[in-house]
Design a protein around this ligand. Structure first.
Ligand code: OGA
Ligand code: MN
Length: 200
């Protein structure tokens, strides 16, 4: 099965890094789209929290985002189709009961970062699995901008945000941060969500 290594990692340790599960032409088209949307000024400063609690706080995160909508481009639709395959596979193998996938382009200008956090909101704990696809074709030693996973009982793992790398982890269990970047940093960040509990 296509996602076997990813599923095994997630089951055993709660996180996985994959290269090669997203076709390179899809990644390249997504990168071009993220870049052109950013140049058009279509991205907005990301908030913290949801709804009324949504606040832009540059001291916590400095990225700009644009949510993906089905039908916005062939590359986005191919990516959403792949994520739906992954969602179904996760449900069949790990019984996670994932119902939805949501994702946004993210652009971190030089100097931007995102302090250590979990991908959960106090008023919405439906996010179960986080998936980040990196879109930069070039990333050099000293460019910063690594995703740092803080894993229990071991040294942190730093992920270089190079195009084609997919980082996957359990949203509520792996604290993580984006270290300050020194060059434009492009990614597509998404979450698989569980069904809402009755009354919750
Ligand atoms: C996030 C996040 C990580 C990354 O958007 O919640 O943690 O590497 N992003 O972009
Ligand atoms: Mn996060």
């Amino acid at each position: 099965m296509y996602f076997t290594a990813l599923i095994d990692d997630l089951a055993e340790r709660g996180w996985s890094l994959q290269r090669g599960v997203i076709p390179t032409d899809v990644t390249a088209e997504l990168a071009a789209e993220c870049r052109s949307r950013e140049v058009q000024g279509a991205l907005s400063p990301a908030g913290i929290g949801r709804g009324d609690a949504l606040a832009v706080r540059e001291g916590i995160r400095g990225d700009q985002i644009l949510w993906l909508e089905p039908g916005q481009s062939p590359a986005c639709d191919r990516y959403l189709a792949l994520m739906d395959e992954l969602r179904v596979t996760l449900n069949q193998t790990l019984f996670l009961g994932l119902e939805e996938f949501e994702c946004h382009f993210a652009f971190y200008p030089p100097g931007a970062f995102y302090k250590t956090h979990l991908d959960r909101f106090r008023d919405d704990d439906r996010r179960a699995v986080s998936v980040v696809l990196y879109l930069n074709e070039v990333w050099e030693e000293g460019d910063g901008g690594e995703l740092r996973l803080h894993l229990a009982g071991q040294a942190p793992v730093d992920v270089t945000p190079l195009a084609g790398t997919l980082a996957v982890f359990l949203s509520g269990e792996v604290p993580h941060e984006v270290l300050p970047t020194r060059r434009d940093r492009l990614s597509l960040t998404g979450w698989f969500k569980r069904r809402a509990l009755v009354g919750g």
